[in-house]
Design a protein around this ligand. Sequence first.
Ligand code: HEM
Length: 395
Amino acid sequence: MTVSTYTPADVLDPELHASGQVHRLWRWMRQHTPVHWHEPGDLPGFWSLTRYEDVRNAYQNPAVFSSAQGVLLRPTELGVDPGSGRTMALTDPPRHRALRGQVADRFTERCARSLADEMRTEIRSVVRRAVEEGTCDVVHDIGARLSSYNISRLLGVPPKDREQLLAWSTEAFESGKPLTSHVALMRYFIDMMYARMETPADDVMGMFVDNEVQDELLTETEILLSCENLVGASENAGLSMAAGILALAEHPQQWQQLVRERDGELVRTAVEEVLRWTSSATHSMRTVTADTVVQGRRIAAGDRVVLWIPSANRDESVFTDPDRFHLGRQPNRHLALGTGEHVCIGSTMARHQMRMLLETLTELVAVIEPDGDVEPLHSITVNGPAHAPVRLVPR
Ligand code: HEM
């Protein structure tokens, strides 16, 4: 059972993800072993699902595919994720629905529209700054900056502190350790939490503090874990934006077409194609609550199942010419933002932000070109560049 020199066990090799070769392995797994068991090692044993249909079905069946024991692969020695059964991403219905309802108001289409002017001004200023500098690192200077500003605004971090928050979250992501181990970042959230307890405010931190979930307030630990959950999840948005710009730099004809058709339907389909192509969240994990069968293989209650999102998004039975970056792709029912009960709560914001970024780039930039070696992330959890020097030539 091999594809050239790789075996399914290599799906856990961060080097294979960094090189992009993991797509060759996933293609082979989709065909030959779409439901594959991995023996326990440093990680617990788990099943890999690589086909679109199986990944989607697992997402859409939370009664059998539970999130409450964690949603990311984690070395056994680290024990259970501290957020298990407590934060939005790591709970099942009905508690999950109540937690999501606590803050849902801040993630609606209406809310995203009301922030549009502010977001557009911010995106213009970030892109102008990158253009003026000639060469920028699209990961830090554009992607991480915009996603960090966005999450800061939602949480209620005042504009004067947003660069500081960006610096701390960048340090935390680069260290590869849990966000909760970044002392300054967590101290900042603790102070903010106590400030909201004194003086209520109409922002997500205020909602974590004041809105009851199933008739009870969240504990302080739950509030902090929820902040961690939000900041961690938003890393995906920064990576998608950065990897999207990089993809445009690497596909100049697609970029030129986007510039020509910037006022039409292409921008909408481009947002979806960038999300599919970049698939910045690499996997979601579930724990099976009752024996179940997938593609004829029996998965026992208690087994872990890993859903490989970029693999589902390149499933040749669903996407025509899946390895082609094609901005006009339609239909494009990718799973980059998950689906079902836990579908990304930030998806509306992320789509608006991506759209405005593409519009701003086509307005201010004539040419996007790679300007040095891209350093990829070495991770099986998030996918994209770690650093990517790109030159944005002004219009
Ligand atoms: C392109 C950008 C993004 C991508 C690719 C992405 C990806 C995902 C995926 C795949 C899930 C499902 C996880 C699962 O079911 O286990 C998810 C859930 C989630 N995302 Fe995102 N996300 C993005 C942007 C954001 C942003 C901007 C925020 C915050 C403002 C956010 C916050 C969350 C939260 C809190 C959840 C858990 C929702 C729940 O469990 O009900 N995400 N995201």
